[in-house]
Design a protein around this ligand. Structure first.
Ligand code: HEC
Ligand code: HEC
Ligand code: HEC
Ligand code: HEC
Length: 208
């Protein structure tokens, strides 16, 4: 009896989890199944498949979990400024590269490593309306080592988070696209980790 009860509650929680994750992406612009020019034409209904695969995931982008999108090969101009105190990488790292594999506009959104069953190939180039391009010098710095000790104008991180905003990388100290954006949840448009009303997102890190 006990075992059955545990199993039942496990199934319920798995079911609930699945529905919740699905519901958050469904209908957002990250629900690429709603885009008829993509794999939907080939009968795909798998929302996650554009970004994740359960098997044979990327061996080149291993920082992004079970990653299924082909890498971008672009070279980027990074942000630079004389008043920058912290260290910025020479090129974007893992999680940001995952975003840029669609958002720099060089790789088709449906260029996957492991196509969902029944689909053999992408439907071709799909360029985003809002591509950032490869010049990131006019975008907020990313692949940046967050070190509040280098600048008093910053909130100190706790357990690799700054006021709940996730820092990435092996050292848990990198500001990446996913620090400000929640790729799965568009509650705070456009896919922000928290509302930026009153510049709250900016003030989560910056003491200004
Ligand atoms: C448009 C691309 C995209 C889609 C679609 C997508 N993901 Fe993700 N996912 C990412 C990226 C990028 C990361 C790593 C960055 C991050 O965690 O913010 C990630 C991280 C994750 C993680 C680990 C971190 C966490 O948030 O728990 C899980 C689990 C996950 N995704 C599950 C899913 C599932 C399940 C689906 C389908 C319902 C899905 N994802 C759809 C891009 C996507
Ligand atoms: C599989 C391709 C893909 C990946 C990977 C992906 N996106 Fe997107 N994203 C899209 C598409 C398609 C749109 C639709 C809007 C458009 O055409 O510009 C979009 C829209 C957005 C928007 C809203 C733009 C707007 O004007 O409303 C944001 C913000 C965004 N993505 C951020 C991210 C971030 C951050 C990541 C990584 C954590 C990411 N995306 C990964 C394909 C992708
Ligand atoms: C420091 C926080 C922060 C980081 C890091 C960040 N973004 Fe954003 N992003 C924002 C905010 C805030 C907005 C909304 C701007 C607005 O509404 O005026 C936004 C808007 C966007 C949009 C919508 C179109 C536009 O240009 O306004 C896209 C697409 C996007 N981000 C993608 C990315 C990608 C890809 C990365 C990594 C290369 C990234 N962002 C890194 C905070 C960030
Ligand atoms: C996750 C934390 C975080 C968030 C959120 C964040 N920033 Fe930053 N920002 C940083 C870090 C770290 C730097 C690099 C500071 C340095 O090296 O001196 C930076 C740099 C900057 C710079 C350039 C400073 C220079 O000296 O060139 C500006 C401007 C800026 N941020 C504005 C914003 C705005 C506006 C927002 C909200 C849309 C925002 N930031 C959100 C962490 C963050």
């Amino acid at each position: 009896m006990k075992k059955i009860a545990i199993l039942a509650s496990l199934l319920v929680s798995l079911g609930l989890y699945g529905t919740a994750a699905f519901a958050e992406i469904t209908g957002t612009s990250h629900d690429l199944t709603s885009n008829t020019t993509l794999l939907t034409n080939a009968g795909n209904t798998e929302i996650c498949a554009y970004c994740h695969t359960p098997h044979d995931a990327s061996t080149t982008n291993t920082t992004t979990p079970l990653w299924n999108h082909e890498d971008t090969q672009a070279t980027y101009t990074m942000y630079s400024s004389p008043s920058l105190d912290m260290t910025i990488a020479v090129s974007p790292a893992g999680v940001s590269l995952a975003c840029l594999s669609c958002h720099d506009g060089t790789v088709a959104a449906d260029q996957l490593l492991n196509f969902p069953s029944g689909v053999n190939a992408g439907q071709g180039i799909f360029s985003l309306g809002n591509s950032l391009g490869t010049d990131l010098s006019n975008d907020h710095p990313i692949s940046l080592t967050y070190n509040a000790a280098q600048d008093v104008d910053f909130v100190a991180p706790v357990n690799s988070q700054v006021n709940g905003l996730q820092l990435f990388g092996a050292g848990g100290d990198q500001v990446e696209c996913g620090t400000c954006h929640s790729v799965h949840d568009n509650t705070n448009e456009p896919f922000l980790r928290m509302s930026n009303a009153g510049s709250a997102l900016c003030l989560a890190c910056h003491v200004k």
